[in-house]
Design a protein around this ligand. Structure first.
Ligand code: NAD
Length: 361
């Protein structure tokens, strides 16, 4: 039964009116139009981000067997029935000229299938992290998008956040000397009863979901791929909650130039998330590092102490990432976080799981 009430509809209509009055697409510039695939937590944020964009808009939905969710977003964003698809008739999107790209906010093991189907339908793809559950799957996604001549971008939102870009610029420009080491972590408490704890859907535990953040930041800032790994996994909490995925992991890696990094992630502790970059002449500590707003870094540089906090308000990171794909399509340039970036994280995570004695997927 559709439980979507009249009261909700009135509330959402007001939201839709407000959202529609925000963007100011130039007269000669049409909005870049996304269909959201999967209407869960992250797609909800992504759609809000598009409503705040001056370049992007959500014009389609792909949803399962929960009609109240599709009804809610249809009302919020003024999406016609003709642009609401199910997982079964998703391929019909090929014939929808009002959709330029898809945003994939599905469980990890579904990313490859929906990326490949979208590419075959001629739509550009913005896919959530982790890109897939194995590097082999990532390669099939890259190949499919290349063959279809569509852009493939992985949603590493921190790459588009000006405060993270500033950290990277400082680290790479020698403000803390030569980069020697990284230490990072992302830990949170996850309750039972969600796809993240089911290996068939997630491909792995806290590393795939949370540890990927420090791992990706380390690879991005080091500008090198790790070639050796050590790791330990542990599941301290008894019972069925962690029957198929790891609760906690600690890993370390080394790059060809000799940069060392260590990081950890957990689903079983009260949260914290950070990254410290150690250089020969200083250090930068980003904490909180991976949140949707309030990212802060502090430390010592060659020229003295530094302490900066992002003033961006959620969901600004998502708006910037959506706008980036729109720009890449308009200018025919490669996204900063193309499929290759997601592939390299999967290669590294496979190395980490192997070192821990727990093969991926
Ligand atoms: P969610 O559980 O809130 O939403 C998942 C969506 O997929 C739901 O709409 C659900 O109905 C749909 N779905 C379709 N088939 C399903 C199935 N077999 N089992 C479960 N759900 C199914 O999850 P989420 O937190 O939105 O995560 C989705 C993706 O986004 C994941 O890949 C996750 O890693 C990623 N994510 C990214 C960020 C970020 O900051 N970039 C944050 C959270 C999640």
């Amino acid at each position: 039964m559709n439980t979507f009430s009249r009261r909700n509809f009135t509330k959402l209509s007001a939201f839709a009116a407000a959202a529609q009055s925000l963007p100011s697409f130039g007269q000669d510039q049409k909005p870049f139009r996304f269909a959201a695939v999967g209407l869960g937590t992250i797609s909800d944020i992504f759609m809000k981000a598009c409503a705040q964009s001056t370049k992007c808009k959500v014009t389609g939905l792909v949803s399962g067997h929960a009609p109240e969710k599709a009804a809610k977003y249809k009302a919020m964003y003024g999406i016609p029935d003709s642009s609401v698809y199910s997982y079964e008739n998703f391929d019909q999107i090929a014939h929808d000229p009002k959709i330029d790209a898809v945003y994939i906010g599905l469980p990890n093991s579904m990313h490859a299938e929906y990326t490949i189907r979208a590419a075959k339908a001629g739509k550009h793809v913005l896919c959530e992290k982790p890109m897939a559950i194995s590097s082999a799957e990532c390669q099939t996604m890259i190949d499919a998008c290349k063959k279809a001549n569509v852009k493939l971008m992985i949603a590493y939102r921190v790459h588009y956040d000006p405060i993270w870009m500033r950290v990277k610029d400082l680290a790479r420009s020698g403000a803390i000397g030569d980069i020697q080491e990284f230490q990072g972590g992302f830990r949170a408490f996850f309750k039972a009863g969600q796809w993240r704890l089911d290996r068939a859907l997630s491909g792995g535990g806290s590393l795939m979901d949370l540890g990927i953040y420090p791992l990706n930041a380390i690879r991005w800032i080091a500008e090198e791929e790790p070639t050796s790994f050590a790791a330990q996994i542990a599941t301290k909490t008894p019972g069925p909650r962690f029957a198929s995925v790891e609760e906690s992991i600690e890993f370390s890696l080394k790059t060809p130039s000799g940069v060392l990094a260590s990081a950890g992630s957990s689903y079983g502790v009260s949260g914290d998330n950070y990254l410290t970059i150690f250089g020969t002449d200083g250090h930068l500590r980003i904490s909180p590092a991976y949140g949707y707003q309030g990212v802060r870094f502090a430390g010592e540089t060659k020229t003295g102490p530094i302490d900066e906090t992002s003033k961006g308000v959620m969901p600004y990171q998502f708006t910037l990432e959506a706008d980036h794909l729109a720009d890449c399509v308009r200018n025919n340039t490669e996204p900063k976080t193309a499929g290759d970036e997601g592939y390299k994280d999967l290669v590294a995570m496979e190395g980490i799981y192997k070192a821990a004695g727990a093969p991926i997927a």
